[in-house]
Design a protein around this ligand. Sequence first.
Ligand code: AMP
Ligand code: ZN
Length: 128
Amino acid sequence: MDCIFCKIIKNEMPSYKIYEDDIVLVMMDIDPTTDGHLLIIPKKHYVNLSDIDLDTLNHIYKIAKDMYILLKEKLNIDGLTLTQNNDYGQEVKHYHLHLVPRYKNDGIHFSKRIETSSIEEIYNKING
Ligand code: AMP
Ligand code: ZN
């Protein structure tokens, strides 16, 4: 399988490793959104949220908490935004959790709105 993250895990490609255990690898994103942008990736190949198991997710979020503490200590970050893309908008088809450090006045607005349908219409679709 031609997966760049699997190659990184097998040390066939270089990366800036921050942490590693039997289940996950944490590395620096090669094209960081902000200083200290990390990716947590499971060592086993899962495509995304559709196929990853809950035990692995639980471990990923445990490590995310550890990394938050580390980033606060080392980089003095003001906050941390977690994102994780699935299918559309997902460039690398190997599950990865983005840890994006936030800094006061960094100008990032993840909550920027697009034009949406009425909340009631969408609510009825989800509940229908
Ligand atoms: P996504 O759009 O959620 O699939 O994000 C993929 C992320 O992987 C992007 O932020 C890329 O900058 C990052 N990325 C791609 N190739 C590498 C690599 N070789 N090492 C580290 N990060 C990478
Ligand atoms: Zn992979």
